[in-house]
Design a protein around this ligand. Structure first.
Ligand SMILES: Cc1cc2nc3c(=O)[nH]c(=O)nc-3n(C[C@H](O)[C@H](O)[C@H](O)COP(=O)(O)OP(=O)(O)OC[C@H]3O[C@@H](n4cnc5c(N)ncnc54)[C@H](O)[C@@H]3O)c2cc1C
Length: 405
């Protein structure tokens, strides 16, 4: 087990500087344009792939770090650069995480590289879990997967909602109901390979923030995929369902939950990046902007706000790093530590970006300054990969041992 340390090693410091350079020189100057265009920023992702900042190796290096901090450091810098573009760079990671959490080693080796492609042909992945009528309530999914034994194929039907990279991805990982009537214990995850007939993009959402990230419905109409596209094995799935029907626990996590538990600290790191961007901007502004004959930072009302922003960002980062270290070292989240990190960091990001607007006054409310964009971007952090309310449920259930409904 790696020691928990707050001092970054030489490799981590170098990575931080390198990613920061890309965030500052490439992402920041492009952020406003892609926010307005509301499109997936292919040229920026291609540029990232060329320098090795987008791709399978980049993710694998991050995940291999025994301290667990490498990914958090990189993500914080990317989201400091821009959250919409940052999510376009990180969105494929959700599909890859779902494959890693639910698939066999062979499936991981086959499908994860296809979630990224290479510098010459960039590919992207999407994780399709949420549905129009079921987001937090994962037991309410309706998308069906039916096994056609004669052809050893699965047939998927249904509609997925709010999918990052949905419909434009090369690899879609779909969570579907195999056995109705036993809630999420009857779910399984499937890889839909590139260009599979029957999978199409539904409506593309027009969003409040992270507008450079593509979010769409994914429609599945008689999508036929080979039997090997079921993540994990058919035998394991059958055994899990048989146990669920006898009301016994198989000890396995529900597929969407297995993915989100692993990725929650990384969402916390995204939120820390946005919050830090807004704090740094507001701090510099407060030193320059004068009111009543002196810089506004000389007013305690402003200075204390900045002090609180700095403190809350640091507290968030500590929770994120702890959870990431625990996840990397397979230390169980007995108090809901992963959820704590996501809850705290996301709510801090919303508050800090709002306070940054306040410190910039009228200028902060205009699109001439980036803080209003950061505020819009921050809000999603309290919604996706489990809302703040769901994180609180996880935390109190873990802490109390009571299944608070
Ligand atoms: C931009 C964006 C990108 C996304 N990307 C993806 C993606 O790539 N893949 C994917 O699968 N999904 C994705 N999502 C979906 C996201 O995870 C869901 O929106 C989220 O889980 C909430 O589900 P919901 O929208 O259905 O809200 P609901 O579940 O309907 O919740 C509505 C409100 O009720 C509250 N609530 C619900 N249940 C409880 C409860 N038991 N106790 C207390 N309060 C409760 C919620 O906290 C929330 O405030 C994305 C969403 C957005 C907006």
């Amino acid at each position: 087990m790696a020691d928990f340390s707050l001092s970054l090693n030489e490799d981590q410091l170098q990575l931080k500087e390198w990613v920061h350079g890309f965030a500052k020189d490439v992402m920041r100057p492009a952020a406003e344009e892609w926010d307005e265009r509301e499109e997936f920023p292919w040229p920026i992702v291609q540029e990232a792939a060329k320098i090795g900042l987008y791709g399978m190796d980049f993710m694998a290096n991050g995940i291999a770090d025994p301290t667990g901090l490498t990914m958090c450091i990189a993500i914080e810098e990317l989201f400091w650069g821009d959250a919409g573009i940052g999510l376009s760079l990180m969105g494929s990671g959700l599909a890859a995480a779902a494959i890693a959490a639910n698939g066999t080693f062979e499936q991981l080796a086959e499908w994860v590289p296809q979630c990224y492609g290479d510098a010459d042909k960039v590919q992207i992945g999407a994780l399709c879990a949420s549905e129009p009528d079921a987001g937090s309530d994962v037991g309410g999914y309706r998308t069906r997967a039916v096994y056609d034994q004669a052809k050893d194929e699965w047939v998927l039907n249904g509609t997925k909602a709010w999918i990052t990279n949905g419909g434009i991805a090369d690899i879609h990982v779909v969570v579907a109901v195999v056995e109705p009537g036993i809630g999420s214990r009857g779910h399984a995850s499937f890889v839909v390979p590139p260009n599979t007939p029957g999978l199409s993009q539904g409506q593309k959402y027009k969003k409040h923030g992270i507008r450079a990230s593509h979010t769409s419905e994914v429609v599945l109409e008689d999508v036929r995929i080979p039997g090997r596209c079921l993540l994990g094995s058919k035998e394991r799935l059958d055994a899990k369902i048989a146990k669920a029907k006898e009301n016994q626990s198989s000890g396995e996590k529900q597929p969407a939950m297995a993915t989100f538990e692993a990725t929650r600290p990384t969402v916390g790191a995204m939120a820390v990046g946005i919050a830090r961007a807004a704090y740094e901007y507001a701090l510099e502004y407060a030193k320059e902007r004068e009111a009543f004959g002196e810089p506004i930072i000389m007013k305690q009302g402003v200075a204390f706000k900045l002090a609180d922003m700095a403190t809350e960002i640091d507290a968030s980062r500590l929770l994120v790093w702890r959870a990431a270290w625990m996840a990397a070292n397979k230390v169980p989240f007995v108090q809901g530590e992963g959820s704590m990190s996501k809850l705290k960091a996301s709510e801090v990001a919303v508050k800090v970006t709002e306070d940054a607007i306040q410190i910039l006054g009228g200028y902060g409310y205009t699109r001439e300054y980036p803080v209003e964009r950061w505020h819009r971007d921050s809000k999603i952090m309290t919604i996706f990969e489990g809302t703040s309310e769901i994180q609180r449920l996880v935390i109190i259930r873990s802490a109390s041992g009571i299944r608070v409904p």
